[in-house]
Design a protein around this ligand. Structure first.
Ligand code: SAH
Length: 211
């Protein structure tokens, strides 16, 4: 399997042709080996235009959705980012390439452990992973310039709003259990909420998520 070639094709066909144009996002996704973040049996499908199973009934997001969510944060390089839902750690690695420091929370110990292992193998050092309920944010590490939630919430978890900087951005899927809208919340004095597209994420399970 020629992963480098699969990666280049993914960048062109799934990202550029669909309008992803942030050069930093494209560069990071062309560099981070996505195949390392999927279980060995699924490696051949790592660059497919679809989510993949990663264990614990969870999934690694489709490449396009990772790119779209990351691009919507408009990262420049000096930000502190909170990620809720580490999962495989792939999105975490992309964020780490584009921001100064990433804090990532996962509720499944096994997923957090394997994500940490791959991040270490890739020598990605600007990430701290914690096991816990990310619907409550991570108050001791706040405030965050950007927050990305990669599990579906019934409504915006209020602790995340409280832990965002004055000009911060949150990208999050909000809606029903079965389908949601990807929303970008931006604080510019008042809140601006942009609905980007329909998505289907696994549920955010926690105190300020699904019970
Ligand atoms: N960004 C990840 C997506 C993983 S799926 C990737 O591309 O691999 C969403 C993840 O959110 C799952 O691993 C799930 O266990 C986790 N999750 C769900 N509710 C959570 C919560 N309240 N706190 C932290 N993680 C949560």
């Amino acid at each position: 399997m020629d992963f480098a070639r699969a990666r280049t094709e993914m960048i062109r066909e799934q990202l550029i042709l669909r309008g992803i144009n942030d050069e930093r996002v494209l560069e990071a996704m062309n560099r981070i080996p996505r195949e390392k973040f999927v279980p060995p049996d699924y490696r051949a499908y790592a660059y497919d235009d679809a989510p993949q199973h990663i264990g614990e009934a969870q999934t690694i997001s489709q490449p396009y959705i990772v790119a779209l969510m990351t691009q919507s944060l408009k990262l420049k390089g000096d930000e502190t980012v909170l990620e809720v839902g580490t999962g495989s750690g792939y999105q975490t690695a992309i964020l780490a390439a584009l921001a100064n420091q990433v804090y990532s929370i996962e509720r499944h110990q096994a997923l957090a452990d394997s994500a940490r292992e791959v991040l270490d193998e890739l020598e990605i050092t600007n990430v701290e992973v914690m096991v816990g309920d990310g619907s409550l944010g991570w108050s001791v590490r706040a405030p965050f310039d950007s927050i990305i939630v990669t599990a579906a919430a019934p409504a915006m978890p209020m602790p995340l709003i409280d832990q965002l900087t004055e000009s911060g951005r949150i990208v999050i899927p909000i809606g029903a259990h079965s389908d949601q809208m990807l929303e970008v919340w931006e604080r510019r004095g008042a809140w601006h909420i942009e609905k980007i597209c329909a998505v289907r994420f696994v549920p955010l399970i926690g105190e300020c998520g699904w019970k």
